[in-house]
Design a protein around this ligand. Structure first.
Ligand SMILES: N[C@@H](CC=O)C(=O)O
Length: 312
């Protein structure tokens, strides 16, 4: 894929900051700090806050502030790149989160489109331009997941984001070969982040810069080693990817498809299976979370199917 000057060097394996939720539904900030230190020690390419997995949709503004403070201070002290998610369904609150994120000078800031009434392309451009002004020169990454109120095609993403110079990247779902061809045609100037479990394919297709990664939820250190392997030995990395996908399809996706759990519940299940830090499966009310026992019983399966992710 031909790149242009807009394409930002941000890339690689980005670990989601998952919220340790206590039994009384509060955020355990001591455990949050501990989790960040573990992710830093794992040597991931970066840590980001407030994706769906980070429950951005279910926290107060004071909590938002405190999460970003903890993330920024610990990452800065360790020289670890970080991205802040300013995402929120309400555009006014989102711009305010964005304004408060700029204080920490993250590598980039993630935004979504306002998400109650779907935006037209013109409204989306207007929103991103206002977000760009608010970001004070910090690059923006548009997070447009499959569950967004409006999911844009590569051509639509190009029309909308092309009009907003601060948007340097997108975090989107990938697709089949035809989708990848469209992405190459329309989105070459952007850094594209695709779902973590497809990263080797996305890089083979010459499209993906990295992932804000569910594989890092399972094991941040293993996901980092796999990301590095993609550059060294693509065939070996694709073989691991096929087993990661099989594990997801057989053991993780059924919780959403058959039992109605949210994506955040699935990502927290992955972290509990990986058992690498102080993050349980618990989500904040009203969202249902997967019993910790399910994680314990999948632990051996994960290690058997994809031992490479647990070898470090
Ligand atoms: N979609 C996720 C990515 C990690 O699994 C997110 O919430 O950012």
């Amino acid at each position: 894929m031909t790149t242009t000057t807009r394409r930002h060097p941000i890339a690689g394996n980005w670990a989601s900051l998952l919220l340790p939720i206590a039994e009384d539904d509060s955020i355990d900030f001591v455990k949050l700090a501990e989790e960040i230190d573990i992710l830093i020690a794992a040597g991931v390419d970066g840590i980001y806050s407030n994706g769906t997995a980070g429950e951005f949709h279910n926290q107060s503004e004071a909590e938002y502030e405190r999460i970003q403070d903890v993330l920024a201070s610990r990452c800065r002290a360790a020289g670890m790149p970080f991205v802040i998610g300013a995402c929120q369904s309400d555009p006014i609150i989102m711009l305010d989160r964005l304004r408060r994120a700029t204080v920490h000078r993250p590598l980039a800031i993630q935004v979504i489109f306002p998400d109650w009434w779907p935006l037209t392309n013109l409204e989306a451009i207007d929103f991103l331009n206002r977000a760009s002004e608010t970001a004070e020169g910090i690059p923006l990454i548009l997070y447009n997941p499959p569950h967004a109120k409006r999911v844009l095609s590569p051509a639509e993403l190009s029309d909308v984001c092309g009009a907003c110079p601060s948007v340097v990247g997108m975090k989107i779902a990938d697709g089949d070969d035809a989708w990848y061809a469209q992405a190459r045609t329309h989105l070459a100037e952007f850094s594209l982040f695709i779902p973590g479990h497809h990263l080797a394919t996305g890089m083979k297709q010459g499209v993906a810069a990295g992932a804000f990664s569910n594989v890092a939820c399972l094991n941040p250190r293993g996901a980092q080693a796999w990301t590095e392997l993609i550059h060294r030995d693509l065939d070996a990395a694709l073989d691991i990817e096929s087993r990661i996908c099989a594990f997801m399809d057989d053991h993780i996706v059924p919780f959403r498809r058959d039992r109605g759990y949210s994506n955040a519940a699935l990502d927290k299940l992955l972290a509990a299976i990986g058992n690498w830090g102080p993050v349980s499966t618990r989500l904040r009310w009203p969202y249902r979370f997967i019993d910790e026992q399910e994680a314990a019983s999948l632990r051996d399966r994960a290690r058997t199917i994809i031992p490479e992710l647990f070898a470090q």
